[in-house]
Design a protein around this ligand. Structure first.
Ligand code: AMP
Length: 204
């Protein structure tokens, strides 16, 4: 007997759930690309920076605790960030995939993410790393003019990125799930490059 068509469809066009981490320095364009990917694959992009800025604007408990750290260009403590991620993954919208933009940012958060996903029975597929030269990052951030984009704070955030986040590049490279993208190219070219690098992974 023929399989009912939904099953036949699944067999003919199996799709893989996209679970992606976008990794890169501030100003590398990863948020813009996370939004483009979210629209393309119809999955939520979870931006910890945006969530924190919203929390600060509404002065929620998280916002009050995070504010001084964000304004000083420091990392918000891991316990707060892991709580925020746990809450984000609790949303039904994340069941069919997600893009993480801005998390994890250090090795402790990387381990916490592994644990969270293990508990949920999920695994991320790929980590997209936006390699971008520092002078271009500074130029882009100064143009962006966000409150934490003064030259001092930019340098502080880049320093923290270099110290705490760059070890993740090797960590994921060793795990063989790192896709390296040249973040200095024009936005539309990067969008195309990501789409073609990941498209084969959408269908298996
Ligand atoms: P972003 O918009 O990703 O550049 O984040 C803005 C600010 O939010 C950062 O400078 C940090 O203060 C804070 N932040 C965002 N994501 C994280 C994270 N994963 N861990 C700690 N702090 C974070």
């Amino acid at each position: 007997m023929l399989a009912p068509w939904p099953l036949a469809t699944v067999l003919l066009f199996p799709t893989k759930t996209m679970r992606l981490v976008f990794l890169g320095p501030p100003g590398s364009g990863k948020s813009t690309q996370a939004q483009a990917g979210a629209a393309r694959w119809q999955i939520p992009s979870i931006s910890t920076g945006d969530l924190l800025r919203d929390a600060i604007a509404t002065q929620s408990d998280l916002g009050k605790q995070a504010q001084t750290h964000v304004e000083a260009g420091e990392l918000v403590p891991d316990t707060l960030m892991v709580g925020l991620m746990r809450e984000s993954f609790g949303s039904p919208a994340t069941q069919n995939g997600w893009i993480l933009d801005g998390f994890p940012r250090n090795l402790a958060q990387t381990q916490a993410l592994d644990t969270l996903l293990q508990i949920m029975g999920q695994l991320y597929g790929q980590v997209v790393y936006f390699e971008t030269p520092e002078d271009l990052l500074i130029e882009r951030m100064l143009k962006r003019g966000r409150q934490d984009d003064s030259e001092d704070l930019i340098r502080q955030r880049l320093q923290i990125y270099n110290d705490q986040t760059t070890p993740l590049i090797d960590f994921y490279r060793r795990r063989q799930c790192l896709i390296e993208i040249d973040g200095s190219r024009p936005e539309s070219e990067i969008t195309d490059e990501i789409a073609s690098a990941l498209q084969p992974l959408v269908s298996v």
